[in-house]
Write a protein that binds this ligand. Sequence first.
Ligand code: CTP
Ligand code: CA
Length: 223
Amino acid sequence: VLKAISPQDMAGKKVMVTLGPTREPWDAVRFWSNPSSGTMGACMAVAAWLRGADVTVVSGPVSLDFHSGIKQVRVQTAQQMFDAATDLWPDMDLACCTAAVADYRPVPHGADKFKKSGADSGLTVEFNNNPDILRTLGERKAEAQRLMGFAAETSSCREEAERKLAAKNLDLIACNRIDREGSGFAVTTNEMFVLDAHGRREQWPNLKKTEVAWRLWDHLLLS
Ligand code: CTP
Ligand code: CA
């Protein structure tokens, strides 16, 4: 019903959205991850679909199912998300990376469950770097493609967003303060600072993520 009354201003566009956390295994039962629920990405995906786009979601482990009109590729690790997203990207018009990708993965302990030694010396785990998905999409961006990123910050939101917009070759970046109540992980609202590659800078009030998503696509389509 909503789709029938939505403007079909994204019809003919192929859109990819990355969402959710990634999960980096350490031993048979333990992993490194974060509390992302995939809500912002789901809002981006559904908004684009309502507006007529052909939408593919690359999702980390989240408890989300989409309308059958939205394709969902499920992955666990950052490397798997990287492989899926970079495979899909050449065929896309637009991409939006909302996923909270683990920047590092623990060096695996092995297939067995780690046993505590009984000593009081604690535990040190070593980490390796994960690939940066958004940066790679930016490096491989064709003339007609448009790329949107997010930034989750606890401080210096604006400076960091400026840096990431340029460093990752983005058309638009939306930055939220995850240390503010009602903004960030696993809540239904976000307070966004939005920057685009044409120099537009906007501070948005705290809005429902559904509303944020709609406005972000507006902004990207018009820029
Ligand atoms: N991102 C990504 N792949 C990664 C890390 C981040 O695609 N390995 C994307 C996120 O989906 C988001 C953007 O990059 O759209 C910014 O993520 P963020 O964690 O804020 O920035 P980082 O570049 O990882 O830097 P830092 O965590 O140090 O702030
Ligand atoms: Ca990061």
